[in-house]
Design a protein around this ligand. Structure first.
Ligand SMILES: Nc1ncnc2c1ncn2[C@@H]1O[C@H](COP(=O)(O)OP(=O)(O)OP(=O)(O)O)[C@@H](O)[C@H]1O
Ligand SMILES: [Mg+2]
Length: 456
């Protein structure tokens, strides 16, 4: 049975909730602040967090965000103020799984906790299954196309990779793509963002600890290195790792073994490391904030992901992909975008890159009825890039980008037929030649009504 962590600055409510949860058959414990909650999450297995929104210091919303960045995000239910509709919306926006309005009705608590636990188990299973399929990653631009062409070789090589790129450019996405294309795909992919973990707990998060190693360590706990055994460990924002830990990571890489906190014997581990950073790590090395030896060890392969403003060819595809994905999720499968809105997107400089694009489209979708217009996008005028907008032929005349879609289909049909001609209808060879997966090819054949057998 999952252990529930209650976070509230009101001791009476804390006791009440713990009692209710225990009566419902859960293990439960409580802390009085979000900071303490993060500490407990690092020290012991927690299955769900039930937290107040309004607290001094870090709020419940901040806590949700910090938990979302953790390697194994646990579901969170937030308790919002009575009648606080805004707060409830904020809670869901921040990524909470559900909310309970105060005053708390004990009989509701158990039902909601059970529901959230069930759906999060289900979601995890779906994510695991999705992990086995080819990811729907857009790479239409020449730069991203080139990068993706290299991925199979990089993936198979098993050497460390360092990904650089501004925030939201897709470092996470690329790291996962490497893992899936590698021989380690059937083993875990574990991501760790050191910024999301209190510094005093980082070592034990990474390397694990033995029971009694520090206060609160009430049982042995495996670290993320052990959890990623056989698979890939993704060290996100590696530039932020404290120097004291950098040396331990270096040792783990060199020796292939780790030392759990409070343990005496080293434990062998077999992990492939992919690291990512949005800061200039070479500069950090020059300034002594990052160990040079670790840098060389991580940057065996260095992949730079360019910002979105430098690869405008990806934008339209990303928009179409997000409209499909978000439309399905929010029950608006037929959502369109107007040519003016698309041009507005093309003129924006996207400091937050693809994540920002996705967020803008999510919000626009909430306000648009059936077509996203420029005013739904909520883009500040001052942020427009000084670059001239790229050509929008094909979209110009269309009422919802349909001309672009038609042009694209024409191109795709010719492209695929050419590849099938050369491979005499052999789909495996066509996949190798085009860099597309077989699954992608078959999907496109179906969509474009091409029969590969006709080319034999
Ligand atoms: N090529 C792509 N195709 C489709 N979606 C993408 C692509 N690249 C990124 N995304 C989406 O954009 C968002 C941000 O990507 P991601 O989390 O990988 O960025 P990041 O570089 O790791 O950012 P940060 O530095 O902030 O951690 C995610 O929702 C991701 O799914
Ligand atoms: Mg990331």
């Amino acid at each position: 049975m999952a252990r529930i962590l209650v976070v509230d600055d009101d001791p009476d409510l804390r006791d009440l909730l713990v009692a209710v949860l225990e009566a419902g058959g859960f293990e439960a414990e409580s802390v009085s602040s979000a900071g303490e909650a993060l500490t407990r999450l690092g020290a012991t297995e927690i299955g769900l967090v039930l937290s107040d929104v309004r607290m001094d210091g870090m709020t419940g919303l901040d806590l949700v965000e910090a938990i979302r960045k953790r390697p194994r995000p646990v579901p969170v239910i937030l308790m919002t103020a009575f009648g606080g509709v805004e707060e409830a919306i904020d809670a869901m926006k921040a990524g909470a799984d559900d909310f309970l309005q105060k005053p708390i009705r004990p009989e509701l608590v158990l039902a909601r906790v059970r529901k959230v636990l069930e759906s999060s188990t289900l979601r995890r299973r779906v994510e695991e299954l999705e992990g086995l399929t080819v990811p729907d990653v857009v790479h239409s631009s020449p730069t991203m196309g080139g990068l993706f062409a290299k991925l199979p070789v990089v993936a198979r090589s098993d050497v460390p990779v360092l990904l650089t790129g501004e925030t939201g450019t897709g470092k996470d996405v690329v790291a996962r793509a490497i893992h899936r294309a590698s021989g380690r795909r059937d083993h875990p992919f574990v991501a760790v963002n050191c910024g999301a973990i209190p510094e005093n707990l980082l070592e034990s998060e990474l390397f694990g600890h033995r029971k009694g190693a520090f206060t609160g360590a009430d049982r042995d706990k495996n670290g993320l290195f052990a959890e990623a055994n056989g698979g890939t460990l993704f060290l996100d924002e590696v530039g932020d790792f404290p120097l004291s830990l950098q040396v331990k990571i270096l040792r783990a890489l060199e020796e292939g073994q780790i030392r759990p906190v409070g343990g005496t014997k080293p434990v062998p581990v077999d992990v492939r490391i992919i690291a990512a950073t949005h800061v200039d790590i070479a500069a950090a090395v020059a300034e002594g904030r990052f160990r040079q030896d670790l840098y060389y060890r991580l940057a065996v392969v260095l992949l730079h992901i360019p910002p979105l403003r430098e690869r405008p060819e990806d934008l339209v595809d990303l928009v179409q992909r997000f409209l499909r994905e978000l439309g399905a999720r929010h029950g608006r499968p037929d959502m369109k975008i107007s040519p003016e809105a698309l041009r507005r997107l093309e003129r924006h400089s996207w400091p937050g890159n693809i994540r920002e694009l996705r967020n803008r489209l999510t919000e626009a979708m909430l306000f648009a009825t059936d077509r996203i217009e420029p005013e739904h996008l909520n883009l500040p005028v001052a942020s427009e890039s000084p670059l001239p907008p790229r050509t929008t032929e094909g979209i110009e005349g269309g009422d919802s980008g349909s001309d672009y879609a038609a042009a694209r289909r024409t191109f795709e049909r010719a492209f695929l037929k050419g590849a099938l001609d050369r491979s005499h209808g052999n789909v495996v060879r066509a996949a190798e030649e085009t860099g597309l997966s077989r699954r992608q090819l078959y999907n496109m054949f179906r969509e474009l009504q091409i029969d590969p057998k006709a080319f034999r």
